[in-house]
Design a protein around this ligand. Sequence first.
Ligand SMILES: Nc1ncnc2c1ncn2[C@@H]1O[C@H](COP(=O)(O)OP(=O)(O)O)[C@@H](O)[C@H]1O
Ligand SMILES: [Mg+2]
Length: 396
Amino acid sequence: MKLAILSRAPHAYSTQRLRAAAVQRGHTVKVLNTLRFAIDLSGAEPDLQYRGKLLSDYDAILPRIGNSITYFGTAVVRQFEQMDVYTPNTANGITNSRDKLRATQILSRHNIGMPATTFVHSRADVRLAIERVGGAPVVIKLLEGTQGIGVILAPELKVAEAIIETLHSTNQNVLIQSFISESRGKDIRALVVGDRVVAAMRRSAVGDEFRSNVHRGGTVESVALTPDYEQAAVRSAQIMGLRVAGVDMLEGKDGPLVMEVNSSPGLEGIESATGLDVAGAIIDYIGNQVAFPEVDVRQRLSVSTGYGVAELVVHTNADLVGKTMRESGLRERDITVLTLHRGTAVIPNPKRDAVLEAGDRLLCFGKLEEMRSMIPERRRRRARVRKLPKEPIIES
Ligand SMILES: Nc1ncnc2c1ncn2[C@@H]1O[C@H](COP(=O)(O)OP(=O)(O)O)[C@@H](O)[C@H]1O
Ligand SMILES: [Mg+2]
């Protein structure tokens, strides 16, 4: 394949490793400076100029978009998407994960453990917000901080209030989050590629520092993840719409607590801690996807009028509980079940003799009218059948 790595740091460890891994596998690879593209919307088809010339054809890109250029960088990635060039991380995925609040909001409905988090605007609501997440000590975070900068541990309520007020007065938005004391100074970084964790490490902060970021002097060691940690990491990355991601988790007393999902994870710490060829795994994955790309189902299916994708909840259709897929009658009603969601497990193409349980959710494709008739009553807060949006966003 012909691959472009979008990066402003051609000599950085991660870029060098990715380039070498691609060359080693016989691919053609170029490192292109994200900021030297021009998005060309003047012709009949979407195009890109690079350093003033029309860009040649690429099969895939690997975006490594730094925090300081999110807007322009994601615009370039979106343009590649319009040109049907494969990218493991979409512009939407990168945008969603970059903002800690947005990411937490999106993940919060999917049964993924996260530290209790709250977001307020008014001074009058700050104290209650801190109490809601368990009171001081409390963690305060800038929405778009990175490398540990912009993450503060406030020991007392008064101090927390003062910090939040100060930041608000300079128009900075902050998250208020419960401090996970049992994980103090330690966290887990899982490197997700596609639908698996290819490497994982535990990071430990130095001295009395509570942030374990490598950029804050944290040390790293290889760690074997238990299935609950693996699942939390893979699901978080997938929900965000990222096929290459670094997922940060605290070790809570009841299991993993996802803090953030990084769309351009550094490779140096994790490769040195684990001795694994993470760069190679990323390039192999992209190579496979280029040969057999996934399609954005929602974008394509919304074209056929009257048909669409919806989620049916089994317990609100009580007559389905205990029946097999065959007996459910869905097929006869022109409804195809794409996946069966049970707790956090996802069963694709469920078998005809699979027995439905209360609490199962079926992601279906079919006639919207037919599926609408299976909604018993309109629930105010949570619609039991949700029609998925036509917009090609990964997560609604
Ligand atoms: N709620 C929390 N409880 C305990 N430690 C935390 C909490 N949130 C963050 N930390 C520590 O601070 C570090 C940085 O936080 P994180 O949200 O990942 O921000 P950044 O984007 O700057 O890395 C984490 O790696 C972790 O060690
Ligand atoms: Mg982090």
